[in-house]
Design a protein around this ligand. Structure first.
Ligand code: G3P
Ligand code: CA
Length: 290
């Protein structure tokens, strides 16, 4: 399905959105002045295969500036953009490389991964889409004038991934002042990984993926700027408790919640006062929280 066809559902959501304006308005009345920032999760992954350049373009077609992705290391140390630590679900690795079970990303070279079809599983119209390298991915974002919420995926499997991620970002011009200030956030479920990024480049905005206990938040605030929890784990009280603290750069800790794909949930978390919503359906969430 092309994103242009798929935006028909966005039109439906626009109608739905009128039904859900009240919670967003309530959020404004209670101090959240802006609509939450919308992040396209793995790209606009409801409309194009996740973590491909097509998903980046689908977000761009919808006018969505921020794109989330997942970064891992190949056997030969190249950063690639893919979510699962194995290749079976989103590529044809099992057909192309039989006998290489469990088809772990870390067991394949970048040249081998470049041969895989990462689009056909999603739809015939996307046949031939590739698993992009981080470098290719950054080029496409730059071309589209988009911004990146980069997730270091499963850092415990990939020693040195933080340093290599920062090396590629620097090489591609993403660690200059303009990018660091306005266009880049690095997040991970691994607190140690976020700490490493912060230690290596204290100027970069970071996020911790998870829902630490309120009592533990000050220790996270020492190395991160955002607490990014599953929407299933939060309420208005938790969001307020996070935002009351100052993060690693002396500004209020922010909350970006995931993965919210329908209008009702989007309106609900906007009502909690979250700063951002990470979604496969950025058009629906934008309409519901506007
Ligand atoms: O950005 C938040 C979200 O991506 C975390 O979960 O599994 O989709 O990487 P996951
Ligand atoms: Ca992710």
């Amino acid at each position: 399905m092309s994103v242009r066809t798929a935006t028909a559902s966005g039109a439906a959501a626009a109608l739905l959105g009128t039904c859900f304006l009240l919670p967003a308005a309530q959020a404004q009345a209670t101090g959240t002045q802006d609509s939450p920032v919308v992040y396209a999760h793995r790209g606009a992954s409801a409309y194009a295969p996740e973590n491909t350049l097509a998903a980046v373009d689908a977000a761009d077609d919808l006018g969505v500036a921020w794109v989330e992705n997942d970064v891992q290391l190949t056997k030969d140390g190249v950063l690639v953009v893919v979510h699962d630590t194995t290749l079976g679900r989103t590529t044809d690795a099992e057909e192309v490389f039989p006998g290489r079970a469990p088809w772990a990303v870390k067991d394949f070279t970048a040249a081998e991964i470049a041969k895989l079809d990462a689009g056909s599983w999603f739809g015939a119209g996307f046949a031939g889409a590739r698993v992009p390298t981080l470098t290719q991915y950054l080029h496409r974002l730059e071309r589209n004038h988009q911004k990146l919420l980069l997730e270091i995926k499963s850092p415990e499997i990939y020693p040195g991934i933080e340093k290599e991620t920062l090396r590629v970002l620097r090489e591609e011009g993403w660690l200059d002042r303009a990018h660091v200030k306005h266009k880049l956030i690095i997040q991970s479920f691994g607190a140690e990984s976020v700490k490493k990024v912060h230690a290596l480049r204290p100027d970069v905005v970071t996020g911790f993926l998870g829902t630490p206990a309120v009592a533990e938040l000050p220790s996270y605030a020492a190395f991160t700027d955002q607490i990014n929890p599953s929407y299933t784990t939060i309420g208005a009280d938790y969001v307020a408790a996070v935002q009351k603290l100052k993060g690693a750069h002396g500004k209020p800790l922010r909350v970006n919640t995931w993965t919210v794909n329908d209008a009702a949930k989007a309106a609900q978390v906007a009502g909690f006062g979250v700063d951002g919503i990470i979604t496969n359906n950025p058009d629906i969430v934008r309409e519901a929280t506007r």
